[in-house]
Design a protein around this ligand. Structure first.
Ligand SMILES: [Zn+2]
Length: 566
C-alpha cells in the first residue's frame, strides 16, 4: 500500500493475472488493525473496481457487436484466466477481514454478507454448484430452440408475442395454440431436468447441514430482512386486494373487446383495436425526448441523463449484430453507468430507457461510496430505483412536457403500464407460492405431476378473469415456462416487493414531487450500506407485506387508471 498504487482503468484492460498478483500479495501480507483498515479496504476496493470494470467492458464489447471475434476472445480469456484467480484472491481478503474481527464504519452490511457466505460455504458443494449451472443450460437449451412455423417463417417463442397483438382474433388463437403445442412437446424433457434439479438441491442443503433447500437458498440469496412467513403474508394481501382489482381490468378488457369470455390469447391486443404506438423514429429522438422528460421531472436527474449523453454512455438503437435485450451496467473504476438497448420505435423502448435510467441514477448516486462491496444493492431495492422512474415519468410523456405523445396516446400508454403492473402481482404470487410448496414437500415435488397439480390450483386461485377451459395441460405446465423456477429458485418475489416500493415513491410524489425525488435520491446514494427496511424508509416507503400497504398502492393505481380513462 505504500510501495505501489494500482493503475488507471484503461491501463489494465490487457493485463495478465501476473500483473495483478503483486497488488493482491501486498493486501495479503498487510497486518491489519483498527487504524489502517480503511487504507487497506480502499486499496482492495480499487483493485475490485478495476477488475470488475474490465469484466463489464469485455462483456459490453461482445454485446455491441456479436460478430466481433476479437471481443469474444478477449472476454473468454478474461473469464478463463483472470476472473477465477481474482475471485480466489478476493476470497482470501474476505477471510482476512472476517478473521480480524474489525468492523469498519459503513462496512457492517458487506461484512454481514461475507460472514453468511462463508458460513454457507462447503467444499463438497462446489461440484454440485457447477452441476447446477449445467442443468440450467440444459433447460435453456431445450427452451431456446423451441420454434413454430408461421406463414412460412420460423419464429422463436419470444417472436410470437407481437403476433398476439393482432386485431384478428382467430389469428391470435392459432398462433397461441401453436406456441403452446410446441412447448408441450418438450414436457417430458423438461420434467427430466426438473428431477435432476430436485435431487441436486436436496444434496446442496444436506451438505450445508441444513434441513431443506429453502433454508439454504434463503441464506444464499442473503435474505436477512424477511422470512417465508412474510412472503405468505404478501401473497395473502395480493389475494385479498390485487386479485379482485386485476379481475376488474380483465372484465373491462372483455367488455371493450366485445367478447363473451376472455381467453389467454386476448390479453395482448389493444382493447379498442388501435394500431401500436409509434413514439419516435430515430434512436436520437428517443434520447433527446427522454432527456427532456428527466429534465422536467427533476433538474438533478436531468443533469445525470445529460452527463450520460455527453460521456457516450448510451447505446440505444437496434443494429445488425447487436445482442438482444437491454441492460444497465456500471463501470466501477470510473463510477459511471452504461446503458444498452435495442430501440426500434415502439412504446416498450420508451419504458425500457426510463427503467434502465433509474438503474443508471443508482450508479451515479453511489459514485462517492469508498468501498467496492458497498456498491452491491439487494435486488428488492435495486428495482425500486428503476421501477419508480417508470411510474414517475408517466405525467411527462406528453409533447407539451417534451415527451413523445398526444394526451390520448400518453393516457393509453400509462393505462397499459398500470394495468400490466397490477396483473403482474398475482402472477408473482403464483410463482412464489409454487416454490414454497415445492421445497416444503421436496419428495412429493420431485414428481412433476404433483407440480402440475399445484401450479394448476394456484392458477385457479390467483389468475382469475381469464378462461383457460379446454387447455388443462397448457395451464398446469405453466411452471415449465418460468425460467426462474429452474435456474434461479425463489428469485421472483423481489419484483413484487420492489414494485410495491416504487408505487409508494410515486404516491409520495403526488403531494410533493421535489421531496419524493430528494428522498429517492438519498436512498439510492446509500448503496448497500444499510438494511432493506432502512433503504425503503429512506426512500419514503415501507418495506412491507401487509394488506394495508398493498391496498393503498392498488387504490392509487386504480384511481389513476380511472382518471386517465375519462
Ligand atoms: Zn431493472
Amino acid at each position: 500500500m505504500t510501495t505501489s498504487h494500482p493503475p488507471a482503468s484503461r491501463d489494465v484492460m490487457t493485463w495478465e493475472w501476473t500483473q495483478f498478483e503483486p497488488f493482491y500479495k501486498q493486501l495479503s501480507d498487510y497486518s491489519l488493525n483498527e487504524d489502517n483498515v480503511s487504507k487497506w479496504l480502499t486499496y482492495w476496493s480499487r483493485l475490485q473496481d478495476l477488475i470488475y470494470e474490465r469484466y463489464q467492458r469485455h462483456y459490453v464489447a461482445t454485446t455491441l457487436d456479436t460478430t466481433n471475434k476479437q471481443a469474444e476472445k478477449n472476454y473468454k480469456h478474461f473469464l478463463d484466466e483472470i476472473y477465477p484467480r481474482s475471485q480466489a484472491a478476493d476470497q482470501e481478503q474476505k477471510e482476512k477481514i472476517l478473521q480480524s474481527g474489525i468492523e469498519p464504519e459503513g462496512f457492517e452490511i458487506p461484512l454481514r454478507n461475507m460472514r453468511a457466505q462463508s458460513e454457507l460455504y462447503r467444499e463438497a458443494n462446489l461440484p454440485l454448484l457447477s452441476e447446477e449451472l449445467k442443468l440450467a443450460s440444459e433447460y435453456s437449451k431445450i427452451t431456446s430452440v423451441q420454434t413454430i412455423e408461421w406463414e412460412g417463417q420460423e419464429l422463436t417463442i419470444d417472436q410470437v408475442t407481437p403476433l398476439l397483438q393482432a386485431t384478428d382474433r382467430s389469428q391470435r388463437e392459432r398462433v397461441w395454440r401453436l406456441a403452446r403445442q410446441r412447448q408441450l412437446a418438450d414436457r417430458s424433457a423438461i420434467n427430466d431436468v426438473w428431477v435432476k434439479f430436485m435431487d441436486l438441491r436436496r444434496q446442496l442443503a444436506a451438505n450445508a447441514d441444513l434441513d431443506d433447500f429453502r433454508t439454504y437458498r434463503w441464506r444464499q440469496l442473503l435474505r436477512f430482512d424477511y422470512t417465508p412467513d412474510d412472503c405468505a403474508e404478501f401473497r395473502q394481501a395480493i389475494r385479498e386486494v390485487i386479485v379482485p382489482a386485476a379481475m376488474r381490468t380483465y372484465e373491462q378488457r372483455r367488455e371493450r373487446l366485445g367478447l363473451g369470455t376472455l381467453r389467454p390469447w386476448d390479453l395482448n391486443v389493444d382493447p379498442i383495436n388501435r394500431p401500436p404506438l409509434r413514439p419516435f423514429g430515430e434512436a436520437s429522438e428517443l434520447e433527446s425526448k427522454t432527456a427532456s422528460i428527466f429534465q422536467q421531472m427533476d433538474p438533478q436527474l436531468g443533469a445525470y441523463f445529460e452527463s450520460m449523453r455527453k460521456d457516450g454512455m448510451l447505446d440505444l438503437e437496434n443494429r445488425k449484430g447487436k445482442a438482444p435485450g437491454a441492460y444497465c451496467t456500471d463501470y466501477t473504476a470510473i463510477r459511471k453507468p452504461f446503458v444498452f438497448m435495442n430501440a426500434v420505435g415502439i412504446h416498450d423502448d420508451v419504458q425500457t430507457l426510463i427503467h434502465e435510467s433509474g438503474h443508471a441514477f443508482h450508479v451515479l448516486e453511489t459514485a462517492n461510496l469508498p468501498y467496492h462491496p458497498q456498491l452491491e444493492v439487494a435486488m428488492e431495492f435495486a428495482e425500486v430505483a428503476s421501477m419508480s422512474m417508470e411510474f414517475l415519468a408517466g405525467p411527462y410523456l406528453t409533447t407539451d412536457k417534451g415527451g413523445f405523445y398526444m394526451p390520448a396516446e400518453a393516457a393509453r400508454a400509462r393505462i397499459e403500464h398500470l394495468e400490466f403492473s397490477l396483473q403482474f402481482w398475482p402472477y408473482i404470487a403464483v410463482v412464489d407460492e409454487f416454490q414454497h410448496g415445492v421445497y416444503e414437500n421436496h419428495t412429493a415435488a420431485t414428481d412433476p405431476s404433483n407440480c402440475d397439480a399445484k401450479w394448476g390450483d394456484l392458477w385457479d386461485t390467483y389468475m382469475l378473469g381469464v378462461d383457460w377451459s379446454g387447455f388443462e395441460d397448457e395451464k398446469m405446465t405453466g411452471w415449465h415456462r418460468k425460467l426462474h423456477i429452474f435456474e434461479e429458485p425463489f428469485y421472483y418475489v423481489e419484483y413484487g416487493l420492489a414494485q410495491l416500493g416504487a408505487v409508494q415513491v410515486w404516491h409520495n410524489a403526488q403531494s410533493d414531487q421535489a421531496a419524493a425525488i430528494a428522498a429517492y435520491r438519498q436512498s439510492l446514494s446509500l448503496g448497500g450500506t444499510v438494511t432493506l427496511p432502512q433503504l425503503f424508509e429512506t426512500a419514503g416507503a415501507r418495506f412491507a407485506f401487509d394488506t394495508r400497504t398493498v391496498g393503498e398502492a392498488v387504490a392509487l393505481m386504480e384511481k389513476t387508471i380511472e382518471e386517465l380513462q375519462s
